[in-house]
Write a protein that binds this ligand. Structure first.
Ligand code: ATP
Length: 312
């Protein structure tokens, strides 16, 4: 069947709902090692899906399957409704992997010119420079750039073809805070244009800042999936911070306290329920000040969810 023709004639709503990238019931082994076991994943237009997991959880393997670099043992992988790896799919996809694979002896301007030439409707050079923060770097050789500058060039190369789907594998590793913020803004701008993004990151604040949905992988299985607030809500924890002379070792022994530690002069405790813990803190240290209670963040949820798998 001519998939392109079917795609063009599908009703608009269905086309908008159809995922750009999809893994269904994927199992992938490397010899005896099971890297992915029954994984489902979908990325739609105009959303950022973050794939989270500890080292070796299977994130890069999932991306490799979607790009057609790896073949599944069982289950199916699809990009734009077709088998990954076709030239049509590649022209609609931007990729920033962990190892750049960039010709180091070329200047940034040459790299951009070359990569833009592969795509039918590339983004303007000025746009690429602005989005990736490459001002002043166009005439520099890639292999003479700093690690963070090279990462920004890799981002520019990933987006210069005006992709409908973007794979970002730990894109901000090695970037300073300003460059990281700039890359987040660029991702938001692309998503606002309708681009779908699959992001892997070890920075949970990055997933929290950018994601519409999060998929947590744990040793090759999906441990949890949902929006950032869904995942946070699954962890009924509160973080209590205050300035107090109380000893964390003593506080961690209280029944409602999950952990207690000292952090930059503050006592920081994680509790199941804030109220009884705060009451007990105030009783134990009437001089306590700067009390702050916050909800569990994505980082707390991630640790909780992967620990729950360990216990199971
Ligand atoms: P990281 O956060 O460290 O990048 P990851 O979640 O991306 O980790 P993968 O690279 O997908 O993890 O690896 C999943 C598992 O599969 C690991 O145990 C890894 O050692 C193994 N693995 C990956 N690629 C291969 C390969 N080509 N041959 C053998 N084992 C592999």
């Amino acid at each position: 069947m001519d998939m392109t023709a079917r795609h063009e004639t599908a009703p608009l709503a269905a086309r908008l709902r159809a995922p750009l990238a999809r893994l269904q019931s994927i199992r992938k082994n490397f010899g005896p090692l099971v890297a992915l076991d029954g994984v489902d994943l979908a990325v739609h237009a105009g959303e950022v899906v973050s794939l989270l997991g500890a080292n070796g959880a299977g994130k890069t393997t999932a991306i490799g399957l979607l790009l057609g670099l790896l073949q599944p043992g069982s289950g199916s992988a699809a990009l734009f409704g077709q088998a990954p790896g076709s030239i049509q799919a590649r022209r609609r996809t931007g990729v920033m992997l962990q190892d750049g694979g960039v010709h180091g002896d070329l200047k940034v301007r040459e790299l951009l010119r070359l990569t833009r030439s592969y795509y039918p409707r590339p983004r303007g050079l000025g746009d690429c420079v602005a989005l990736a923060g490459l001002q002043g770097l166009l005439e520099r050789r890639y292999d003479k750039l700093s690690g963070g500058q090279q990462r920004r060039v890799q981002f520019a190369l990933a987006i210069c073809g005006r992709p409908q789907l973007l794979f970002l594998d730990e894109p901000t590793t090695g970037l300073d805070i300003q460059a990281r913020g700039q890359l987040w803004d660029a991702v938001r701008a692309l998503v606002a244009e309708g681009c779908g993004v699959l992001l892997t990151t070890h920075y949970l604040e990055e997933a929290e800042a950018l994601s519409d949905r999060v998929v947590v992988l744990d040793r090759g299985r999906v441990a949890a999936a949902g929006s950032v607030s869904d995942l946070r809500a699954r962890v009924a924890q509160r973080r209590v911070r205050c300035v107090s002379s109380l000893d964390p070792a003593t506080v961690s022994g209280w029944p409602q306290v999950l952990s207690a530690a000292r952090d930059a002069g503050h006592l920081e405790i994680v509790v199941r329920e804030a109220e009884p813990a705060v009451r007990r803190l105030l009783e134990a240290d009437p001089a306590l000040r700067e009390l702050e209670v916050t909800r569990a963040g994505l980082a707390d949820a991630f640790i909780h969810l992967t620990r729950a798998q360990d216990a199971a």
